[in-house]
Design a protein around this ligand. Structure first.
Ligand SMILES: *[C@@H]1O[C@H](CO)[C@@H](O)[C@H](O)[C@H]1NC(C)=O
Ligand SMILES: *[C@@H]1O[C@H](CO)[C@@H](O)[C@H](O)[C@H]1NC(C)=O
Length: 589
């Protein structure tokens, strides 16, 4: 194990205790080896497997990406611009909407003392599909959020992209005011669910439902038990039973921990609400009656029992599985402290998450008390159950919930147990202290010897790492960094990654731009069978002449690939590997 390298040596003299801690961590899972291939931005462009979006206008912060695989477009939100790009070639005739904040608003914003960090512009923060022909988009509007309908036609050949005239409206409760704020938004059946700061001062953050034919609903205001300075990361809709009434939205975020909770200052959470929630009738009017939340743990326990926690959820990726009720949630986490900079990827199953929401509620007797497991009588219907759903078929609306239920919901939004990752340990750990992971996309790749999970991880140093997960002994995994590529001319932390398995492309954004790149650069591994085989990239195989994209086919024998062992001795017999052996990379007999 090569734990001691690069940035670590510096820490050793300063922090012998930390070192001790690190060395006692279980070693499996640490991605400590350098990538097999490292490509600078120039190398990447020369490989002809990537394209950077070139834009002649003055903009920045391209953090919002929305893939539309049906129309073959990608929608991008940046400062003052909304773009519609061709998924096949993001530079092919982009459609552009210039949507700045009104000039007088821009001036007011500057006069109010904002704008020192370029805040007084319209940063696009929400782009969601509304229906076949329209998108809904919102921006910060120089500290006065605004939203609008965007017409994009029936097909991409229609070649239209414009703001519907007269549709601009207030974006309060939909887009943040402050462009530095992270937010979450999703439109489901014409209804918008947003996790966002609601006011200019940034003191009121809420989970909001607006638009459509449902009454507006939000989280309880200024109640730190519900939300405590939250930063929203993402969400997913899950159909929980054969009853549509049981459909829920799960929301992932991090927030300041509650007084009375042990542990770190910031925690990661998963919350959930029923989509059909209508609020209460006499109390909790216009508030969620189904809001519950639980702590999301991503930590590793060393052999001496010392726990290293990764408490800052940074990004999530939802992987659908055969079972539509049980997708997997991949989360990227970083550590809180400035001393030890580590990152981890943890995977959560919906079954485990449900078990926590079906378990005991957290309870606090009063100010200054510790959190305990609530042991009193739980009202019926059980708080968090959806009206009209499988377990509450008799009550059609949350407005008919009893006052005892609402009182309980209001005071007990937190579950006592925490959600732990699959196998109770991270899928991947990064010990290298010189950079952290910021974002994630996941692909499932069929190879000759099985299906492999490949992670694409964005870093804060402007690169994408392609990491293959190798199963090892029971429940253990090892991450193998196949490749690391610089995706922007000037280094900038990766803000967003989208994957199109259909197109075999990755779309990556940051403050400085958008780049599309192929999921594989097989020829980059070298031009011998041994090089190709040793790379162990499930996307690639030796086809007799070159290292090329692997596609499962009946004529498999002619395709040489060994992801599991990366053993060229067996795979490459008969191919001349001698010339390649000379450089010392491959030791074939
Ligand atoms: C681009 O816009 C920024 C405002 O964020 C401004 O400071 C900068 O001078 C502009 N650059 C050019 C070349 O216009
Ligand atoms: C989509 O929504 C817009 C705005 O509500 C509406 O004008 C339009 O007719 C809808 N289009 C379709 C195809 O339903």
């Amino acid at each position: 194990m090569l734990l001691l390298k690069g940035g670590f040596t510096m820490l050793i003299s300063v922090l012998p205790l930390l070192l001790l801690l690190l060395l006692t961590l279980p070693l499996n899972g640490w991605t400590s080896r350098p990538p097999r291939v490292y490509l600078s931005y120039r190398d990447l462009m020369e490989s002809r497997s990537a394209r950077s979006f070139t834009f002649g206008f003055n903009t920045s912060d391209y953090r919002i990406l929305l893939l539309d695989q049906d129309q073959d477009r990608m929608y991008v939100g940046s400062r003052d611009y909304l773009l519609s790009l061709d998924l096949g070639n993001i530079n092919r005739e982009p459609l552009i909407i210039h949507w700045p904040a009104p000039l007088n608003r821009h001036k007011e914003c500057l006069m109010a003392g904002k704008g020192r960090a370029d805040e007084c512009y319209n940063y696009l923060r929400l782009i969601q599909p509304l229906n076949r022909t329209h998108l809904y988009a919102c921006g910060t509007g120089a500290y006065q959020p605004q939203c609008a309908l965007i017409y994009r036609g029936w097909r991409s050949e229609d070649y239209v992209f414009r703001i519907v005239s007269g549709s601009i409206e207030s974006g309060k409760g939909r887009s943040p005011y402050d462009p530095k704020q992270e937010n979450m938004a999703t439109i489901i059946d014409g209804v918008l669910y947003a996790g966002v700061q609601v006011d200019y001062m940034g003191t009121d953050s809420a989970l909001f439902r607006t638009m459509g034919n449902k009454p507006p609903i939000r989280t309880e205001q200024y109640d730190s038990r519900w939300l405590n300075e939250p930063l929203f990361v993402g969400s997913l809709v899950v159909s929980e039973s054969s009853f549509k009434e049981d459909d829920k939205l799960y929301i992932l975020f991090r927030e300041r921990s509650l007084e009375g909770e042990n542990g770190p200052a910031v925690l990661s959470r998963i919350a959930r609400i029923c989509l059909n929630d209508e609020g209460g009738l006499r109390s909790l009017v216009g508030k969620w009656t189904s809001f519950l939340k639980a702590r999301l743990v991503c930590s590793v326990i060393g052999q001496d029992g010392v726990e290293t926690a990764f408490d800052q959820l940074r990004d999530i990726f939802i992987q659908q599985t055969q079972d539509k009720h049980n997708p997997l949630i991949y989360g990227v986490f970083t550590t809180l402290g400035s001393v030890f900079r580590g990152s981890a990827v943890c995977v959560y199953s919906l079954a485990d998450i449900r078990a926590v929401f079906n378990g005991p509620f957290a309870h606090k007797e009063g100010h200054g008390y510790q959190m305990t497991s609530y042991s009193g009588k739980t009202p019926f219907p059980r708080p968090g159950a959806c009206a009209g759903g499988f377990s509450v078929p008799g009550i059609r609306s949350s407005k008919h919930f009893g006052e005892d239920v609402l009182r309980f919901v209001r005071t007990h939004p937190l579950m006592y147990s925490s959600v732990y990752p699959v196998n109770r340990r991270p899928l991947l750990l990064l010990s290298d202290a010189t950079y952290t992971y910021t974002s994630i996309a996941v692909d499932s790749v069929p190879a000759a010897d099985g299906e492999y999970t490949v992670l694409f991880l964005g870093t804060d140093r402007g690169t994408i790492q392609k990491v293959m997960i190798l199963p090892r002994a029971t429940e253990e995994t090892e991450g193998l960094i196949l490749e690391e590529v610089e995706v922007f001319r000037t280094s900038s932390p990766i803000k967003n990654i989208k994957i199109s398995s259909k197109r075999h492309q990755l779309y990556v954004s940051s403050d400085v731009g958008v780049t599309q790149l192929s999921l594989h650069r097989c020829s980059g591994y070298g031009d011998s069978c041994a090089d190709c085989c040793l790379a162990r990239d499930p996307y690639c195989a030796w086809d007799g002449k070159a290292c090329a994209r692997y596609t499962p086919s009946p004529t498999r024998r002619s395709r040489r690939q060994d992801v599991k062992n990366g053993d060229p001795h067996r795979q490459c017999r008969g191919y001349n590997t001698q010339s390649k052996c000379a450089d010392g990379r491959v030791g074939t007999s």
